[in-house]
Design a protein around this ligand. Sequence first.
Ligand code: F6R
Length: 608
Amino acid sequence: MCGIVGYIGKKHRAQSVLLDGLRRLEYRGYDSAGIAFHDEKKVISCRAQGKVAKLEQKVLKTEKEGVVGIAHTRWATHGKPSVRNAHPHRAGKIHLVHNGIIENYSLLKKELEKKGHVFTSDTDTEVIAHLIEQENKKYDFEHAVIRAAAKLQGAYGIVVMHADEPQKLIALRESSPLVLGIGKEAFILASDASAIVSYTKRVVYIDDGEMVVLTPHEYHVENMERIKQNKSEEILQWDEKQAQKEGYAHFMLKEIHDQPHSIADAMRGRIDVAHGTVKLGGLASVSDRLRDIKRVIFVSCGTSYNAGLVGEYMFEEFSGIPTEVEYASEFRYRTPIVDENTAVIAISQSGETADTLAAVREAKSQGALTLGIVNAVGSTIARETDAGIYNHAGPEIGVASTKAFTSQLVILALFAVLLGRQRSLSLVRGKEILAELAKIPKQVEAILTQEKAIKKLAKKYAKYENFFYLGRKYNYPIAIEGALKIKEISYVHAESYPMGELKHGPIALIDKQFPSVVLAPKDSVYDKTLSGIEEIKARSGKVLVVTTEGAKEVKRHADDVIILPQTIEMLTPLLAVIPLQVFSYYVGVSRGLDVDQPRNLAKSVTVE
Ligand code: F6R
């Protein structure tokens, strides 16, 4: 959600570094973009509605370069996407970019207006610039920033530049991610590491309540009491190639095809098939507490929530621990009843989702063991949970989550086996699960060879405006995920139900124009799913079935069929979701849509 970048260095390259950073952060929001840089005479500012490419055309016309600058790509919260609402915002000599939400902005705005400040946008952000300007009348730049921050309520990652101080850049964080990259002759600040990794792998993660002050030669970090903080540097374990399209038309398609590797990476070095056990190094520090866990709650949002739903089936079946799944946005506002024998497990690709982070903090404050299943190394959720497991899926750039989801499922399966083996899961069953899990990457590869056929189906179904996605047991969450994917990518209305629920009302919608995508692998609920398909066919509904090898009966009723390799029931979600991802992708492409940057969406939702 909103990408921010800042640059300060000895060389005049602010403009090119910032634009490059924006291109890499564009997946966080893309309704408008802007840049301001100091060419040592004055600040040059450009803003544009729409994508970064539009801004770039404007900026290049300036033919200027700078030693310091800030930039922003926006996902609108307050005020429509427009040039006047695009960042950087300015108040006098203060130029600022912001990621987050200022909750008390209207009160602050009124107070500032009384003091004579004139506002030119509808954003909450502009208030911060004016507050700093106001404080700067009495206090120096750094002090003014700290004093302004003390008045803010909400979430913010900000980078600020002063027209009279081209040798300085200040950034501040409260509940919104901020990373500092340390280059040879420059510093780069960004809301995530993808804007930094091509310049340097040396990073410092800025924590809540910290301010970083940069000059072209040095940096230091202070807390709000202006006490210097000792920060440790970390090295990003990213391969820059992972964040490129590598010849694919879209990141989403590339990431779908990454899955045989990303699934293998999620289990690499973690399974011991011979002993039916799992080694999860990130949980070693809490292994004793895990033995005493009596209840598990997954907290997450969107696709990560859907992974939690699969996890619920896995955990209850194999570890015997009562398990629930909660939308993180709801968990935080209920009165969650947790204790030290409850494990609250946050699932988050980005590790920065505001609702999930808040749920973790709430659970922690009540004494629960907090764990993370996180893809982004060093992210806030990864750092704030008591322990956790990284996905190792590599950066996911496409806004719709694909490879992060399947790596979450792998980790949930591993975790279920770990907890199960600590309890009553037999060696034989443990071995069987892990042996089947080890086959999944090759099976996903095999499914992806059907891409052309699925593309053809997508073209055939692209004309429909409504879909049901139906499944039972382990594949009910996959029906939910399939429906979410097609909504996001194709703007098609899709509803998901457990197959058994269809007859309790939704079946009224079925007609020739309302097709159903049914997940019907040959598993313990196969026969029940078949009956549901017959009920749809009896009402002239079209059915596209995703099933497994050897499921002959289903073919008789289906209009179209996609066949998956056979695996054990708990692992079918890992296979079944693949054709649904490919299907959504090609429906979106057939409709001529921008699948990597769907309308209204943004990756990494760092506001509430
Ligand atoms: C859907 C999607 C979102 C995210 C959700 C949580 O394709 O990507 O629904 O899954 O915003 O994000 P993370 O996993 O980063 O917490």
